[in-house]
Design a protein around this ligand. Structure first.
Ligand SMILES: NC(=O)c1ccc[n+]([C@@H]2O[C@H](COP(=O)([O-])OP(=O)(O)OC[C@H]3O[C@@H](n4cnc5c(N)ncnc54)[C@H](O)[C@@H]3O)[C@@H](O)[C@H]2O)c1
Length: 323
């Protein structure tokens, strides 16, 4: 069986889903409220297209990618679940708030829906190499992770601030690489460009007395950088998420890992299709999304009140003990 997948939202990022799904032989349709783009991609890739999901025929569709603005994800996901779609790839950060996430999960709890969340950096080969180095003990016990993700003002309308839109990638990576949840979060953020939402943020995640992550993100720096540095008791991992090059430094020397660059979205969509075809559980999934959103909301509260926020207390407030 070849999975048949529809993309909803074919804007700045959704058009990449459309291109890659077509390459993988799984593109079955496109939907966008903007008729010009829906028609353009539908005609170019010779698939069904529509401006409205209510008028699209989902009868032989196995999965849907939701790549519309984040504030629309929850409502679109609910409509798709009502139409019987069981595999949803929801773009990061999943939905706009933790409250929306708990409502969507409550709505879907008896529907056997599989949520795959678009934390694309997990499919970056530099992250995979770093994760392997950590589990092989190449830098000993990890102490501090630094994540840098900066660029100039995005040339697309964004309904969220930099923390939920951009830092969320590194929040998810910190939880994934350390395989744990931070106990507390402290953040400072602000808006230099006078947008409604913050455009720069520094977030500290405290995993234990000795282990922490420092996440720096902004939409102010004129050049683009995405870097991860992890310092451990025995060495250092230096990963460039753009070039996918990783340098390991420890007592045995300095080693540059060169690999053939692969598009993370291709690896992500291959995994999504595989989940559908093999009927397996997605990863990253809704649990990863809820935890990353909880940390992002803690960062926003921390920054607003200039105080440390406890993650277990925040999760308990939302009755998120059983995901
Ligand atoms: N994984 C990544 O690296 C990455 C990168 C960029 C964006 N994203 C995520 O992708 C999503 C979309 O971001 P973008 O930058 O492509 O936004 P965008 O504004 O460029 O595109 C959104 C598209 O959705 C369409 N749309 C809006 N409401 C709709 C609706 N109700 N039904 C159907 N179509 C609708 C718009 O017409 C537009 O074409 C966001 O959730 C964002 O966080 C992920």
């Amino acid at each position: 069986m070849t999975a048949r997948v529809v993309v909803i939202g074919t804007g700045g990022f959704g058009k990449n889903h459309v291109r890659v799904l077509n390459e993988l032989g799984s593109l079955a349709g496109v939907i966008d409220i903007n008729q010009e783009v829906a028609k353009k991609y539908g005609s170019f890739y010779k698939v069904d297209w529509s401006t409205n999901l209510d008028s699209f025929n989902f009868n032989d569709i196995d999965g849907v990618v939701i790549s519309t603005p984040t504030s629309t994800h929850k409502e679109i996901a609910i409509k798709l679940i009502e139409k019987g779609i069981k595999y949803l790839l929801v773009e990061k950060p999943f939905v706009a708030t933790l409250k929306e996430a708990t409502e969507l999960l409550e709505f879907s709890k008896d529907e056997n829906v599989k949520f795959f969340v678009g934390f694309i950096e997990r499919f970056n080969q530099a992250v995979e190499i770093s994760k392997n180095y950590l589990s092989e003990g190449k830098i000993g016990k990890p102490i501090i992770l630094h994540a840098l993700r900066v660029r100039s003002w995005p040339d697309r309308p964004i309904d969220l601030g930099v923390i939920k839109d951009t830092s969320i990638h590194d929040i998810d990576l910190s939880l994934y690489l350390f395989s744990s949840l931070p106990k507390t979060v402290y953040a400072r953020s602000g808006s230099i460009t006078h947008s409604i939402n913050e455009d720069h943020a520094t977030i500290i995640l405290n995993f234990s007395e000795e282990t922490r992550a420092v996440i720096d993100s902004n939409w102010l720096t004129p050049s683009k950088s995405r870097k991860l540095t992890i310092t451990g008791t025995l060495g250092l991992i230096d990963a460039d998420l753009i070039t996918q090059e990783v340098i390991l430094r420890n007592g045995e020397g300095a080693f540059l890992k060169r690999i053939d660059w692969k598009e993370p979205l291709l690896l992500e969509l291959r995994r999504f299709i595989n989940c559908i075809e093999e009927k397996t559980n997605p990863s990253p999934n809704q649990k990863d999304a809820v935890l990353a959103l909880a940390v992002a909301e803690a960062a926003l509260v921390s920054s607003k009140n200039n105080q440390v926020v406890s993650i277990p207390e925040l999760l308990a407030n939302y009755h998120i003990e059983d995901l």
